[in-house]
Design a protein around this ligand. Structure first.
Ligand SMILES: NC(=O)c1ccc[n+]([C@@H]2O[C@H](COP(=O)([O-])OP(=O)(O)OC[C@H]3O[C@@H](n4cnc5c(N)ncnc54)[C@H](OP(=O)(O)O)[C@@H]3O)[C@@H](O)[C@H]2O)c1
Length: 264
């Protein structure tokens, strides 16, 4: 795909996977709309990308706030008429048991990870359908297919994202608009800086770089597939869990129990 003069809007662009995706798209000469809450970080990123000579609009916006997303999309569409690629990447997780997580903490993860994606999709899908082209890339997680202890509400937000995307994937057949979910596992980003991860090892030897996931996002933006799992071999684990849940779920449970015992 030729990305020059395409317009890519990335949510959660101020850090980690979103920031790396902005870099990868800029290298391909795509114009960018960078969205997150932290304006300063977005401006720093835009400055560092100026060497690629692409148009960049920085837009501070909390995607969990429906009114802010509507306002942001109105201004973006007035300025550019259309966006070609929407990357719904903004998200965060809280690591704790359901019993020890407040309802507000659970709601906040769904508000950003699921409803943020929904608001942005609803805001930009009509113009994509009208132009009969465009692609939505939703950044989910392997936690969209495997329930992880102490991440139940994060998993709920990502299962919801994957289910929504699968339904929409079928609806979009023949419209010229596509949707692909990118589901990574363990990426070295600020994701694990949330205090709730204090007692959990942040990275393992197989942790991915944000750039590896960003390259998968670029591939996803012109892919006919519903889901790209990164790294690819983890698809086998997802397949095993979905095919033999009675075998795999007790293994996940006992790994969790052992990891808890080793920390107490
Ligand atoms: N790291 C991993 O191991 C991993 C694995 C699987 C999936 N993921 C997914 O990858 C995505 C990106 O995460 P990351 O690993 O790159 O983490 P990160 O470095 O913490 O980046 C998260 C990004 O989301 C933005 N964000 C958070 N809440 C927002 C809100 N309400 N409105 C707008 N922007 C918001 C943050 O920017 P501001 O603070 O400036 O708003 C930041 O740019 C997330 O959806 C995450 O669930 C991560």
């Amino acid at each position: 795909m030729n990305y020059s003069n395409k317009l890519v809007l990335i949510t959660g662009a101020s850090s980690g996977i979103g920031e790396a995706a902005a870099q990868e798209f800029a290298k391909l000469k795509a114009n960018l709309v960078l969205v997150s809450r932290n304006k300063e970080k977005l401006e720093q990123l835009a400055k560092s990308l100026s060497k690629y000579n692409v148009r960049i609009l920085v837009f501070p916006c909390d995607v969990s706030n429906k009114d802010q997303v509507i306002e942001m999309s109105k201004i973006v569409l007035e300025k550019f008429d259309k966006i070609d690629i929407l990357v719904n990447n903004a998200g965060f997780g809280i690591y704790n048991t359901v019993n020890e997580t407040s309802i507000e903490e659970i709601e906040s993860q769904l508000a950003t990870n699921f409803f943020g994606m929904l608001y942005c999709t609803k805001a930009f899908l009509p113009s994509m359908l009208q132009q009969r082209s465009g692609h939505i890339v939703n950044v989910a997680s392997v936690a969209a297919s495997i329930g992880i202890p102490k991440m139940a509400s994060y998993c709920a937000s990502k299962f919801a994202m994957l289910g929504f995307s699968e339904g929409l994937f079928h609806e979009l057949q023949g419209t010229g608009v596509g949707i692909t979910v990118v589901s990574p596992i363990m990426v070295r980003t600020n994701f694990f800086n949330n205090n709730s991860f204090n007692k959990m090892p942040h990275y393992s030897s197989i942790s991915l770089s944000a750039t590896t996931v960003a390259k998968a996002i670029v591939r996803a933006s012109s892919s006919p597939r519903l889901e790209i799992i990164v790294p690819q071999f983890v698809r086998i684990a997802v397949w095993f869990k979905q095919t033999f849940p009675y075998l795999i779920n007790p293994i996940i449970g006992s790994i969790f129990k052992r990891s808890l015992q080793s920390k107490t």
